[in-house]
Ligand binder design. Structure first.
Ligand SMILES: [Mn+2]
Length: 335
């Protein structure tokens, strides 16, 4: 453990211009970890750029330092860096256009908690037992004796809070809660964070959600639930919609189908049973975790729903899922 932290410390203390990046479609862990890492660099006297190749969800704009993150879709960076730090991104394509900041001489530090196969960094710290990248960074802060300023404590807290689904998913551990407890004792106001992240939706978000839920459909004796939203001008952020479909009593499998562009869909999948939705997503060229996965689909919506239902039916059959109370067996695997 200390060995990898020592390598990371030496990397931070080495020379070379530096950019820190996280994945597109950024979530709370991507943004929170980015801000916390920026603060680590600042305390260790580094100049750096924080970048994400996407629009930033405004619900995180309460985070100290949020405005420092550069959206490279709006203001691209057309130069190569000697050091590139990549946080919370399982593979290089996940950082989008920031890939162009890397050449053969670039030294990459990769810190992540996703398991995705071969590592792509010169230094890789992958801890699949960590609930969030922020959880790994908490350990790094302690090792480096970093001062727990607002940027650090709020960044790390939001990373763990959102990646555990408010301490709901099976990756929630004693350690993740102990860390959050410590961050609260260091100054985080948990109520303020949760209000901002989860209870501060634009009016249009809730109005659109209401329309989506009115058209919710159940299949296979209530074991599967599908909701969908056609292309619209009102909202772009549909984060959290799929959770409503998967929270219906008795539902083992849920999907949210979102039309991003004409005939181009983003599908989010959730499982509350033994079914591994990453297997379903893989059949359509996507991926993810056992309990949460997704894929993109180009084509007609009726075909998409039919193909998805065929796959759901097959999974329900081979896993022998019955409409009863067995959905809430003690989970055996981590997300
Ligand atoms: Mn994460």
């Amino acid at each position: 453990m200390n060995n990898i932290f020592e390598q990371i410390r030496d990397y931070i203390l080495s020379d070379g211009d530096l950019i820190v990046v996280s994945h597109f479609s950024p979530d709370g862990d991507a943004i929170g970890s980015l801000l916390a890492f920026g603060e680590i660099l600042k305390q260790l006297n580094n100049d750096y750029i924080l970048a994400i190749d996407d629009t930033l969800p405004q619900k995180y704009n309460f985070l100290p330092g949020f405005n420092q993150i550069r959206n490279t879709q709006e203001s691209p960076i057309n130069r190569v860096f000697e050091r590139v730090v990549i946080l919370d991104a399982g593979s290089l394509p996940r950082i989008g256009s920031v890939k162009s900041c890397i050449n053969k001489q670039t030294r990459i530090l990769n810190i992540d908690h996703h398991f995705t196969g071969p590592s792509y960094g010169d230094i890789n710290y992958i801890d699949v037992d960590a609930s969030a990248t922020a959880e790994i960074l908490y350990g790094l802060c302690n090792f480096l004796d970093i001062e727990f300023t607002p940027r650090i404590i709020y960044g790390l807290y939001v990373g763990i809070l959102t990646d555990t689904g408010r301490f709901r998913f099976s990756n929630t551990s004693a350690r993740s809660m102990e860390i959050c407890g410590d961050l609260i004792s260091k100054g985080v106001d948990p109520s303020w964070v949760t209000e901002n992240v989860y209870y501060n939706h634009p009016f249009e978000y809730l109005q659109t959600l209401a329309e989506v839920l009115l058209n919710m459909k159940l299949y296979f004796n209530g074991l599967a639930c599908i909701i969908s939203l056609d292309q619209n001008e009102k909202i772009k952020d549909t984060d959290g919609f799929v959770e409503y479909a998967s929270s219906v009593k008795g539902v083992a499998l849920a999907a949210f189908i979102y039309e991003r562009e004409a005939r181009y869909y983003k599908i989010s999948l959730r499982s509350r049973s033994r079914i591994d939705v990453s297997e379903v997503a893989k059949k359509f060229g996507g991926g993810g975790h056992k309990k949460a996965a997704g894929f993109l689909y180009r084509g007609g919506k009726d075909d998409l729903i039919q193909n998805l239902l065929d796959e759901f039916e097959w999974q329900i059959k081979i896993r022998n899922i019955q409409p009863d109370n067995s959905l809430f067996e003690q989970p055996q695997e981590d997300i």
